[in-house]
Design a protein around this ligand. Sequence first.
Ligand code: FAD
Ligand code: UDP
Length: 400
Amino acid sequence: MSPVVIVGCGFAGASIARTLAEAGIASLVVDKRPHIGGNAFDRRDAHGLLVHPYGPHIFHTNSEQVWTFLSQFTAWRPYEHRVLAKVGDQLLPIPINRHTLNQLYGLALTSDEQAQAYFDSVRQPTDKILSSEDLVLAAVGPDLCEKFFRGYTQKQWGLDLSQLSAGVAARIPTRTNLDDRYFTDRFQAMPADGYTALFERMLDHPLIRVELEQDYFAAQGSSKALAASKARHTVYTGPLDRFFEYCFGPLPYRSLRFEHEHLANRVQFQSVGTVNYPNDHDYTRITEFKHLTGQSHPGTSIVREYPMAEGEPFYPVPRPENEALFKRYQALADAQTDVTFVGRLAQYRYYNMDQVVAASLAVGRRLAAQLGGRLGSDPEEASASHSGEAKAAASGKRFH
Ligand code: FAD
Ligand code: UDP
C-alpha cells in the first residue's frame, strides 16, 4: 500500500516522490501521458537528435538548494541561453541591451550611463505599474515596446500587453550593459544526458512506483494500484479547475502547438538557441536544440511554437480576473485536508522549473513530517530563485 498517491510525474510530482521516499514514505506516481518528466520530457527524434517535445527547456536557478538536489540525479553541461529577436531585417539581442540600441538606431552608446540616458529619454514612467504595458513603457518607451513586446505578447497570449499583469513582461529585464544572456542566474546548465535521464534517476527508488497512461480521474475506478493504494494523502499537480470539475467555470490556461522539423545535412540553422519573431509569422519563436544540448550531428532539429487558446494547458494566464477566479478554486483546495496541490498547473503560477522544484521540496518535507517520515520540514527549502512566490505557496495551509 502506498500512503501517498501523486498525480503527475513532472518536476513537482517527481521531486515530492523522491523527498517522501528519502523519508521512508512510499508513493505511487500516476501520469496520464506515456512518459515521465511532464513538460520537461526530452527524447531522441527519428534522426537521433535530443529534442524537447513540449518546447525548449533551459535550466537556470539562483537556488543552491535546488541545484544541489537536482545534481544528485544528473551531471550538467554548462549552457548560457542567448536569444535574438527578428525586428525588420535585423536580428537583435533580447533582453534589450546596449547592443540592441546601437544596432537598431545606429547609435554609438559606449557606457551604461549613456544607455540609461537613452532609456530615460524615451521611457514613459507611470505612478503605479499594474499591467505589462505599464512596465514595458516605463522601462523602454513606446517604440521599443511596439518593436519587441506588443506583437509577441499578442501572439503568445491572445491578449494585449495592457491586459496582462506586470509580472509577465517583468520576466524580461532591460539592460544598459552588453550582457546578451537570456538569464543571469547563478546556475545555468542543461542536464548532461537530458531531462528524462534526470527523471529516471530521481524516480529510481524502491519506495517510488510509477504508473503511466493513467488519467487519475478515469483511473480512480479502474486502476488496481490506485484502488489498492488507499492513499492517506494525495498530491495533485494537474490543472486546478479540473480537480473541482470546473465548478466555477474554466480557469484560463494558454496552450501551444509545437511544429518540429529536422533539417538534414544542415549543421546549423541559426546562430543562437532561440530566435524570437515578435512581428512576423504565426509562431513566436524557433529554437534549435543543438545549441542547448551541444550535440554533434550532420543535421539539425528545430521547433516552432504556435500559441493556441485551446489544447493542452501549458501556461497560466496572469491577469487580475484570472487571479480572482484562481482564488475561488484555491479556497476549495485549502479546505481539502487530504489533498495537496502543487506545481505550475495546480498552483496557477507562472513557475520556472526551479521554482516548481523549490516549492515541491518544501511540500515534500512538510508532508513527510505530517505522515511520520524521517525528515522534518525545512522552511529554507522553499527559497526559489526570482521570487518569494514558491515560499509563500509552499507554506500555504494545505496540511492538517
Ligand atoms: P508539468 O510538467 O506540467 O507536469 C504535470 C503532469 O501532470 C503532466 O505530466 C500531466 O500529464 C500530468 N497530469 C495532469 N493531469 C493529470 C491527470 N488527470 N492524471 C494523471 N496525470 C495528470 N521552465 C524553465 O525553468 N526553463 C525553461 O526554459 C522553460 N521553458 C518552458 C517552455 C514551455 C513551452 C513551457 C510550456 C514551459 C516551460 N518552462 C520552463 C516551465 C516548466 O515546464 C514548468 O515549470 C515545469 O515543467 C512544471 O512542472 P510541473 O510538475 O508543475 O508540471
Ligand atoms: N516577451 C516579448 N517579446 C520577447 C520575449 C518576451 O514580448 O521577445 C514577453 C511576452 O509577453 C512573453 C513574456 O515576455 O510571454 C515572457 O517571456 P519568456 O521568454 O519568459 O516566456 P516563456 O519562455 O515563459 O514562454
